[in-house]
Design a protein around this ligand. Structure first.
Ligand code: MGD
Ligand code: SF4
Length: 746
């Protein structure tokens, strides 16, 4: 039976509890605010924001009551990211503001014992003075380039500006080498451009959507879910390739329960079938691509029969699904995914995905990928940044040459002294990223931290990473601060404002203020020649024909960028930003750097006897580890479970809801036990769990000790030689029913 759009939203929005939560919110929104007008007689107020619970950045209105207390957050109807509706996490974002476990004052370490959260409270002046003193000392003794910034989230711009003014350009985000980096490099090598953070997938108009390890519905990217629901309603064919029967798989015409770690074999055999059967867009391939003949010769041995032996997907199913894609083309999307750092050959897997899309002519076509449009906002004037003489790349001569952003793992590795390097990193500034849970191989991360002279962490919560800091700076939540203007690339160009809905609680401060004050203490005033962020925003908005006053009224503004076209026009000539100016089926930029210009299949290690591949993913009500203590969201899900196939459960005599410890191939045992969920929805060779749980910090009253941490069990990393991404799915676990003496790395 065809699932309806409503059903899909309901299932992906967490079953009964959350479905009712979302519908209450939607009704309230429809009743009062879809007119986009404020009731001037009411003492209640609404202010504009964009959500920070994940990085889809949905624009929203925040409602405060007569006492000025934040009541609710509702999607902005003019926003293409949210279309007036937030996901359960966005609605529950208010919990970040109310969380009584928040960081409340600046903190300074009092013992040498790292990781233990042993601090004394400090004033802002004291904390910033200490940071300025240490950073100046490091610049003098080692050079400013020996300081690195790790950042994820909106405040990053302010910290990046400070670091560049100081003289370092070593700025990395885990959203690159631990997440989408390989697909960006694959896309640049094929189409000459990145996909970017809102993927320009034209899902709402597609006739066929192929998901390879993308669990849309559990991975809750708002606009994308809404579009997938529209596609389901319009009878689009959904093909899901996943070893797990995901929510998306349950709404698919085809579920291909692939043997984990073999996806490239399936992709290559699809390419084989499309080319050998002539099921590709000949005109498009002729006009826009290069390298077809090399590709054709390359895939001849990759038959469906060959792929069957590797993937366990039957040849007939491979052929039939290839035919479905061709029938729908060019309105077909082989989805590039988001978190794609799995097995270390990820860039090549994503190259196969890019090639499939190119053969089917979906890039720049309705129902495939559109060309997004964005407004550019000028930066506030400042003196030229000093030119750094060293970068993180110097630590890896000749390696990861196609990486187009700094690698968080690279900076971490380059912090551990090595005889072959003249300078390792001496200080880290860590803003909005819980590196202990985020970088694989916790032992390595701790080793790097042990080698630091100084570390500052800017966070809203006492997370694992704050325990290792010398100074902790408490940031106020996104609901209590201004941030940079959100500029987004979408079908329509929009800008959105984030302004404070309430004053910062406790003694917390916004990132822009901290960076400016620290800049002052470090003698960098010339880079911060404004009174406050309102002056900067006003200046920037004036440059694009708006103002702070207008944006406070509108929240989201649709910009006029003249005439723009979302798709290629009939017969249009187009030059792509590649070496050849064409879409490169044969990637010359890869060849130039000594990498395979065409993707190949290479086998990966299999689980040893009695072990199962550790697979992990997202839940619709949580984002990584940042929401694990959120009072509203823990009400919906307060721990993770390990999914186990019934056959495996029988071998180990496991029962549903029993708690077990997981032990990995290197003998690392999870710090906490995790609940067993016995289900046919996972293959017998794998187990599955949601990332972000298993915190070990008694300052997190709801998250401490709840569930297990996948991060702890990922001690083996499969590095992508092309761009340095950290493949994390080559780890295997087994079960323990006894409590280990010294379990865990946390
Ligand atoms: P979180 O673990 O949520 O994600 O990695 P991170 O961005 O590090 O940590 C976010 C931190 O930001 C928390 O400490 C939170 O309290 C803090 N924070 C939240 N809001 C604010 C704010 O407004 N200001 C400041 N200053 N801090 C704030 C995500 C990364 O992890 C990504 S993008 C992916 S795709 C990978 N996923 C992943 C996985 O699935 N499994 C494993 N094992 N590792 C992974 N690593 C990667
Ligand atoms: Fe917030 Fe959800 Fe939008 Fe992410 S998808 S920005 S959590 S509302």
């Amino acid at each position: 039976m065809k699932p309806s759009r409503r059903e899909f939203i309901k299932i992906s929005a967490l079953g009964v509890g959350a479905a009712s939560l979302s519908s209450v919110v939607v009704k309230a929104a429809e009743k009062t605010f879809f007119s986009n007008e404020e009731d001037n007689n009411s003492k209640e107020k609404r202010t504009s924001t964009y959500c920070e619970v994940c990085f889809w950045k949905c624009a929203a209105w925040v409602h405060t009551n007569e006492q000025g207390e934040i009541q609710k957050v509702i999607g902005h109807p003019d926003d293409p990211h949210s279309n007036g509706r937030l996901c359960p996490r966005g609605t529950g974002g208010v919990g970040m503001y109310h969380d009584e476990d928040r960081l409340k004052t600046p903190l300074i370490r009092v013992t040498d014992e790292k990781g233990k959260q042993t601090f004394r409270e400090a004033t802002w002046d004291e904390a910033l003075d200490l940071i300025a003193k240490n950073l100046k000392k490091i610049a003098k003794e080692h050079g400013p380039e020996c300081v690195a910034l790790f950042t994820h989230g909106s405040g990053g711009k302010f910290w990046s500006h400070l670091l560049k003014a100081y003289g370092s350009n070593n700025i990395s985000a885990p959203s690159y080498a631990q997440c989408r980096g390989p697909r960006e490099v694959a896309w640049i090598g094929t189409f000459g451009e990145e996909l970017g953070a809102i993927e320009p997938t034209d899902i709402r108009n597609t006739k066929c959507l192929v998901l390879i390890g993308s669990h849309i519905g559990e991975n809750m990217h708002n606009g994308q879910i809404q579009e997938m629901s529209d596609a389901i309603d319009s009878d689009a064919t959904i093909i899901t390739v996943d070893p797990r029967f995901s929510t998306a798989a349950s709404h698919s015409k085809y579920w291909l329960p692939i043997k984990p770690a073999t996806d490239i074999a399936l992709l290559l055999s699809w390419i084989h079938v499309l080319i050998n059967e002539g099921w590709y867009d000949k005109e498009y391939v002729e006009k826009y691509t290069m390298g077809f003949e090399q590709l054709k010769a390359h895939v001849q041995t990759y038959t469906p029969e060959w792929a069957y032996g590797i993937t366990t997907i039957e040849p007939e199913v491979i052929r039939r699904t290839a035919r479905e894609m061709f029938n729908a083309s060019p309105a077909v999307i082989i989805h590039p995914g988001r978190h794609v750092t799995w097995y270390g050959d990820d860039t090549q897997r994503l190259r196969s995905v890019a090639i499939l899309n190119a053969l089917l002519g979906s890039w720049g076509r309705r129902g495939g990928f559109y060309f997004g449009i964005e407004t550019s906002i000028p930066g506030f004037p400042h003196p030229e940044y000093p030119k750094p003489t060293k970068t993180w790349r110097d630590a890896f001569p000749g390696q990861y040459t196609l990486a187009d952003s700094a690698l968080a793992n690279g900076v971490c590795d380059a912090t551990i002294p090595s005889a072959s390097r003249d300078c390792s990193f001496k200080a880290w500034i860590v803003n909005g990223t819980n590196l202990i849970f985020t970088l694989p191989n916790i032992i390595n991360t701790k080793k790097a931290i042990d080698n630091l002279e100084f570390m500052v962490v800017i966070d809203t919560m006492p997370m694992e990473i704050t325990g290792y800091a010398d100074v902790v700076l408490p940031e106020c939540t996104y609901l209590e601060r201004y941030d940079e203007i959100r500029v987004s690339k979408h079908r329509i160009p929009t800008i959105a404002l984030r302004e404070p809905a309430a004053p910062p609680k406790y003694d917390s401060k916004p990132g822009w203020w901290m960076a400016k004050e620290l800049g002052h203490k470090m003698g960098l005033d010339a880079f911060f020649e404004y009174k406050d962020i309102e002056e900067v925003l006003e200046w920037q908005l004036n440059k694009v024909g708006s103002s702070l006053q207008e944006m406070k009224r509108l929240g989201v503004k649709v910009m006029d960028e003249g005439e723009y076209l979302l798709y290629l026009q009939e017969g249009e000539e187009m030059e792509f930003n590649t070496n050849s100016g064409k879409i490169e089926l044969f990637a010359t930029s890869f060849l130039d750097e000594g990498f395979d210009p065409l993707p190949k299949y290479t086998p990966h290690p299999e689980p040893p006897e009695g072990f199962y591949r550790l697979n992990y993913g997202r839940a619709p009500m949580h984002t990584f580890s940042r929401t694990a203590n959120n009072p509203n969201l823990t009400d919906l899900m307060d721990e993770n479970a390990v999914w186990v196939n019934p056959k495996v459960a029988k071998i180990w005599s496991l029962s549903n809801n029993q708690y077990v410890w997981l032990e990995n191939q290197d003998g690392v045992v999870s710090s906490f036990p995790v609940k067993v969920r016995i289900t046919e929805r996972i293959r017998w060779d794998s187990v599955y769990m949601v990332h972000g749980f298993g915190h070990k910090n008694d300052k997190l009253s709801r998250a401490n000790g709840r569930g297990a941490s996948d991060s702890e069990l990922i001690t083996k990393v499969m590095l992508d030689p092309i761009m340095g991404g950290t493949g994390m799915r080559g780890n295997f676990v087994t079960f323990r029913t006894d409590k280990p003496e010294n379990g865990g790395l946390l």
